[in-house]
Design a binder for this molecule. Structure first.
Ligand code: SIN
Length: 304
């Protein structure tokens, strides 16, 4: 029996009754896909999985992306789709990436089809004086869209965010001290453009798809309005009412939707306060296939 309980007023739900280590049957898959469309983030507590099982669970939702670039050295043996995020050192050498996801961003925005989800598994969670550290923070892009004034929504109807990877640090972000600093420079990528007002492929609801960490500029507005609009949108997204912090517990599998959230990892723990998380990234190929989503949602309706 699957139960789904909200984690906050606007984002996240806890899902019980799903064993992530096993293949999902069609009804369970449909219910989980509908839930991620409804809640944007799902927590599956109390799981024990291997890297291959994590990848196979994630692969229900889309192609799992093998880790490339500077983080490729930190992958699970034989499972290049599982990225190890950790501050642990063994024999003086880091076993994982220490600074992945420190800036506010959403993942796989440089893909031609925007990336769909991340599936993470927590093995070690830092704590101090009983307080959980090393959370992952989010802003809810669906709630941010719904809260936009009507005139801004209208002006953004044909606007696109352009992502080149060239000017990773080009936008003046000092008005956002909470934004964080990035410790590396991204490489130039094939430029892609994504609608700023996007329709979510599962829920059909609109989201404000604008990645503060990577967007270079807005296309589809008069040149004099672009920069001002971008600053306005980034500030609009980063409001407390759209904020949610996820406190990890060992054994959590947590899946978030990159199409309706931006996130960052909170580095509030020291070198001896160990954090170990495995991460798998899921591309948008399946969820942007309308027939695939229709079929899964009809399974969810039949199972409900
Ligand atoms: C990420 O940005 O994918 C990593 C988030 C985290 O480690 O909390």
């Amino acid at each position: 029996m699957i139960s789904i309980e909200p984690l906050s007023s606007h984002l996240g739900a806890s899902v019980r009754g799903v064993d992530v280590s096993k293949p999902l049957d069609a009804a369970t898959f449909g219910l989980v896909l509908k839930a991620i469309g409804d809640y944007g983030l799902l927590r599956f507590p109390g799981q024990t999985i291997t890297p291959a099982q994590q990848r196979d669970f994630a692969a229900h939702f889309g192609h799992t992306q093998a880790i490339r670039g500077r983080l490729a050295i930190f992958t699970a043996p034989g499972v290049p789709e599982i990225n190890i995020l950790s501050n642990i050192k063994e024999n003086g050498q880091p076993i994982g990436a220490t600074d992945a996801g420190v800036i506010w961003h959403t993942d796989m925005v440089h893909n031609e089809t925007p990336g769909f989800a991340n599936v993470l598994y927590a093995l070690k969670v830092p704590r101090r004086d009983g307080r959980v550290l090393g959370g992952t923070e989010f802003y809810n892009l669906q709630a941010a869209y719904e809260d936009l004034p009507d005139d801004i929504k209208a002006r953004l109807t044909d606007a696109y965010g352009v992502y080149t990877g060239e000017n990773y640090t080009s936008i003046e972000r000092t008005p956002f001290p909470e934004y964080g600093t990035n410790s590396h420079k991204a490489h130039k990528k094939e430029p892609v453009r994504h609608r700023i007002i996007a329709t979510h492929p599962i829920s059909g609801r609109k989201t404000l798809y604008c990645d503060p960490g990577h967007v270079d500029y807005i296309e589809g507005l008069p040149p004099g309005e672009r920069d001002e609009m971008l600053q306005y949108l980034l500030k609009h997204i980063m409001q407390p009412k759209f904020h949610f912090v996820y406190d990890w517990c060992e054994g959590d599998v947590m899946m978030w939707d990159n199409l309706r959230t931006v996130h960052h990892a909170v580095l509030d723990f020291g070198p001896e306060e160990h954090r170990l998380i495995w991460r798998c990234q899921v591309e948008g190929d399946k969820v942007f296939d309308a027939a695939f989503v229709r079929q899964a949602l009809s399974q969810a309706r039949a199972a409900a």
